[in-house]
Design a binder for this molecule. Structure first.
Ligand code: SF4
Ligand code: SF4
Length: 278
């Protein structure tokens, strides 16, 4: 027995769109009877790449979240489908039958992740099925995973404890995308962007010279983290919760400790933090 999934490491995704293009190459104009109808030229993104801009100048960040169908174990897309148009295979893959689903447009809006598309020419809803036709032919990987140059997509069998995906899922802090949807997705994520705080430490007695090697400690929101400033006096903490209170304490030999508090209503750049001699 197998349970197929993709583990997506957002931190490794460079936004190159290779996965999207490989998916297009596999499905545009190509039908796989019993699996999927041909993808039209425009308007379908079975592998979406969501771009997330965070922070602001001079500390902006750009992250990419690859978003295929997540193959939910409690799949809302199955709700409005009639006549077996949407079904789950024994290996966990949620399929849209390209014949039985004809005319069933209500399936599109039932997905909270918005990864189902309406093919107006063929009058059928369509989405990612993890390249089920390839897997059934003995191929090891969906096209998107095969094409990813960074290792951001790991595909495999969660039921095989020796598989890479099972080992990673057991050892990394995996998360659901939008856990509030409560759909029990098989596709899991690592490193979904959260809040960050950044700053730059300078020395008052040295005309604002940047301060490398300063100990910076962050507490709050159930976290206790520490780091040291880099050669430019910069520091950063990632993965903070939204709307949480945090406290920073900065310590450097010969200088008075500095501390400040902030709330993560947004990503925060504290700018220059000045350390004064004791
Ligand atoms: S992500 Fe959407 S289309 Fe995929 S199984 Fe879940 S509800 Fe259905
Ligand atoms: S191919 Fe890999 S690195 Fe490129 S966008 Fe897709 S998941 Fe990201």
């Amino acid at each position: 027995m197998s349970t197929y999934s993709i583990l997506i490491d957002v931190k490794k995704c460079s936004g190159c769109y290779n996965c999207f293009l490989a998916c297009r190459d596999e499905y545009f104009g190509n039908e796989y009877p019993g699996y999927s109808a041909a993808q039209p030229l425009n308007g379908q993104f079975w592998m979406q790449i969501q771009e997330i801009e965070r922070g602001e100048y001079p500390k902006p960040k750009l992250d990419y979240i690859p978003r295929p169908c997540l193959h939910c174990q409690d799949a809302p897309c199955m709700g409005p489908a009639t006549g077996g148009a949407v079904y789950r295979r024994k290996d966990g893959i949620v399929m849209i039958d390209p014949e039985k689903a004809k005319g069933q447009r209500g399936i599109v809006s039932a997905c909270p992740y918005r990864v189902i598309y309406w093919n107006s020419d063929l009058q059928v809803p369509q989405k990612c099925n993890l390249c089920a036709h390839r897997l059934d032919e003995g191929e090891k990987l969906p096209r998107c995973v095969e094409s990813c140059p960074t290792g951001a997509l790991v595909f495999g069998d969660l039921d095989d404890p020796t598989s890479e995906i099972a080992i990673l899922a057991a050892t990394l802090p995996v998360e659901d995308l939008h856990p509030e949807f409560a759909t029990k997705p098989l596709v899991k994520y690592v490193g979904i962007p959260k809040r960050f705080v950044a700053g730059e430490v300078v020395l008052k007695d040295k005309a604002g010279e940047c301060a490398p090697g300063v100990q910076v400690r962050l507490t709050g929101g159930g976290l206790e983290l520490s780091t040291t400033t880099d050669l430019f006096g910069d520091f950063e903490f990632e993965g903070l919760g939204k709307n949480q209170c945090y406290k920073l304490t900065l310590t450097a030999a010969g200088y008075a400790d500095a501390s400040l508090e902030f709330v993560t209503t947004k990503d925060i750049n504290l700018g220059e933090i000045v350390l004064a001699p004791r």
